[in-house]
Write a protein that binds this ligand. Structure first.
Ligand code: ASP
Length: 344
């Protein structure tokens, strides 16, 4: 064997043994995030609040993109983006989550690795600082997909996850929202509890469920979502976020994270249905999302939106509500943050 051949072999062996993934041609890096859908209109927004939301979205977008840029997985990227928004009290996830009827936060989260597919989720936790990290641990270190309530917190303790007192999540704004919501609910039919009645998401309260979908250089898709659910929800209510296929889903061809009235997302199996249209009907992603959000979901009375991404890096950020906090960044140089119905 010539010296040149030996050198080539040595270089090949060294590159195979490297820890960082080798860039694969044809897979753009993409991350798409949302920070909740609902009544988000310029007329109701102060310049300060708008700037603050945009800064929060930008921080999450960049946290996720940095992971991808350094060769990290889409799974780590969506976790980083969602964790950033859980720590930001203006979003309805982690600190700053909305309150249930009893005045406490019950948090739901899910994460899914489309290349497995593997999934982990938690529901109704009260003390877990970052529910998205616990969802990841359920996926990585348990034989289960979904853990709820006290059992989920016992698992968190055993895994050394950061637990915090319930007061950590409370913010004055969410306490005020609950009072307002209870006052509004008192004037409603008792058979139509406010969080569930059609159009409830049209109230500018409880906004800010967070989610992310990403594509990494290996071509793997992932999705993650985290929420406090709906203001004034009944104790024990679980929304679509931790229900795999409803509010969160990823497979090898498509990843989706939703935000809106969870009961509608569960009944329409929104996230899976979008991916099924892409996978089985070979619909372009944007068309599958449009069919769901402006067709099936709207017809059923559900309001909200989704972010979605396919394995070619095509993405959609679509909603049938007045607005949706959203953002996208990719390796083709595109970076965008928007809130309103128009492109801004
Ligand atoms: N989908 C969430 C839930 O119903 C709420 C939201 O996205 O605003 O729990």
């Amino acid at each position: 064997m010539s010296r040149l051949q030996l050198l080539t072999l040595a270089l090949l062996a060294a590159s195979l043994g490297r820890a960082a993934p080798v860039p694969a041609a044809g897979h753009p890096l993409v991350i798409v995030i949302h920070g909740g859908a609902g009544v988000i209109e310029r007329a109701r927004m102060t310049p300060e609040r708008e700037a603050s939301y945009r800064a929060g979205l930008a921080a999450a977008l960049d946290a996720g993109y940095t992971v991808l840029e350094h060769g990290g997985s889409s799974l780590d990227a969506v976790g980083a983006a969602v964790r950033t928004m859980e720590d930001d009290p203006q979003f309805n996830a982690g600190r700053g989550a909305v309150l249930n009827h009893d005045g406490i936060c019950e948090l739901d989260a899910a994460i899914m690795d489309g290349s497995g597919p593997r999934a982990g989720a938690v529901a109704g936790v009260h003390h877990v600082k970052n529910p998205i990290d616990l969802a990841r641990l359920v996926m990585d270190r348990s034989a289960h997909v979904l853990l709820a309530g006290a059992g989920a917190e016992e698992f968190a303790l055993a895994q050394g996850v950061v637990l915090v007192p319930e007061s950590y999540f409370l913010t004055p704004g969410r306490v005020h929202e609950l009072e307002e919501e209870k006052r509004a609910a008192a004037s409603q039919e008792p058979t139509a509890p406010l969080p569930l009645r059609p159009g409830a998401a049209a109230q500018p309260k409880g906004l800010g469920t967070v989610g992310a979908v990403a594509l990494d250089r290996e071509g793997r898709l992932a999705a993650a979502t985290s929420t406090g659910g709906l203001t004034n929800k009944l104790y024990g209510r679980i929304g679509d976020t931790p229900i795999i296929g409803a509010g969160t889903y990823a497979d090898e061809s498509c990843a989706v994270s939703g935000t809106g009235q969870g009961e509608f997302y569960i009944r329409q199996v929104v996230a899976y249905d979008i991916c099924a249209m892409v996978h089985y009907q070979h619909l372009p992603l944007a068309q599958a999302v449009d069919t769901m959000i402006h067709g099936k979901l709207r017809r059923s009375g559900g309001e909200g939106g989704v972010i979605a991404l396919d394995r070619d890096g095509n993405y959609a950020m679509d909603f049938n509500s007045a607005g949706m906090h959203r953002g996208v960044r990719d390796s083709r140089g595109h970076r965008e943050i928007a809130m309103y119905r128009d492109a801004n």
